[in-house]
Design a binder for this molecule. Structure first.
Ligand code: MG
Length: 290
């Protein structure tokens, strides 16, 4: 098997993780979490989101979190689902933005109340403006393997969204197994085909551990040449619009696995264990996760 010497772990705990937990975490606790991530060696995090606090109350402190990341010089990503959110990102000097479009029409309608084409056309405008302001663009394809409403998602549907992102200049494309139904075979095939289709595009794998396959999927993605992975401490997260989806693959699990295989993550195991304990306490889930 072929393995890279090192990989990048993008920790999504503060946004994708906490947003999808039922527990309300205070701004101070979030800052503590971000500091821990920095201390353990994470170089890039998904920090927060500019979505309406009525929709996602957990992200109402977005501006404070952004200012904090600037203060401690942490590189970060902010979810900006529309042009209004992007304007705010520009105002607050956000270095990296993220957008989401589902490869499943039904998921897209339920999640963001837009068709795939409507979402992509909004993305075109967002990308253009982000580029004018030299902001890094991370583009997620949600439900890239399976959808809770439509079942298996064919590769052509994934390519439809990926091709649009690439044509409009996304800096990296994240392939999300949002409901955690992928298996190593499809993961390998899909990433290999995507890399052949777009040899110069940076792809990131975003797995959820619903069926306990996330670590096997990571090995399969590594074999297809992927060396960037999203994860969250203690497996925080889920998906409110995706019934039954469990959390993201856990940062602690991924790092331990990769480091045991002599693949460098740049993350310090001791500090990571402390951060994991803090996270579990934060969400009152001392057992059964991550
Ligand atoms: Mg996720």
């Amino acid at each position: 098997m072929l393995f890279p010497k090192q990989v990048e772990i993008i920790d999504v705990s503060p946004r994708d993780g906490l947003q999808n937990e039922p527990v309300q975490v205070t701004t101070e606790e979030k800052k503590k979490l971000i500091l821990r991530l920095q201390k353990m060696g994470v170089k890039r995090i998904e920090a927060t989101s500019f979505v309406h606090p009525k929709v996602v109350p957990q992200m109402a402190d977005a501006i404070e979190i952004i200012q904090f990341c600037h203060e401690i010089e942490m590189n970060f990503i902010v979810l900006t689902p529309n042009l209004i959110a992007l304007e705010k990102a520009i105002d607050f000097k956000v270095p990296q933005i993220a957008v989401f479009v589902g490869a499943s029409e039904t998921f897209n309608m339920r999640n963001i109340k837009r068709t795939i084409d409507e979402s992509l056309s909004e993305c075109t405008k967002i990308f253009q403006k982000a580029k004018e302001n030299a902001i890094f663009i991370r583009a997620y394809v949600s439900m890239s393997f399976n959808c809770p409403f439509e079942g298996n998602i064919c590769f052509e549907k994934v390519c439809y969204v990926v091709d649009h992102f690439v044509a409009n200049g996304a800096d990296e494309v994240v392939i999300g197994d949002t409901n955690g139904q992928a298996n190593p075979r499809i993961v390998y095939d899909r990433f290999k085909a995507l890399k052949e289709r777009h040899p110069y595009v940076v792809f990131v794998a975003h797995f959820h551990d619903t069926n306990g396959f996330a670590f096997a999927n990571i090995i399969a993605a590594l074999q297809a040449g992927i060396d960037k992975f999203d994860s969250s401490l203690a497996g925080l997260g889920g998906c409110p619009f995706s019934p039954g989806a469990t959390g993201n693959v856990s940062t602690n699990g991924v790092v331990q696995l990769l480091e045991d295989m002599n693949i460098q993550t740049g993350i310090e195991i001791g500090a990571m264990k402390d951060a994991t304990i803090l996270t579990k306490k934060m969400i009152n889930k001392l057992e059964g996760r991550g």
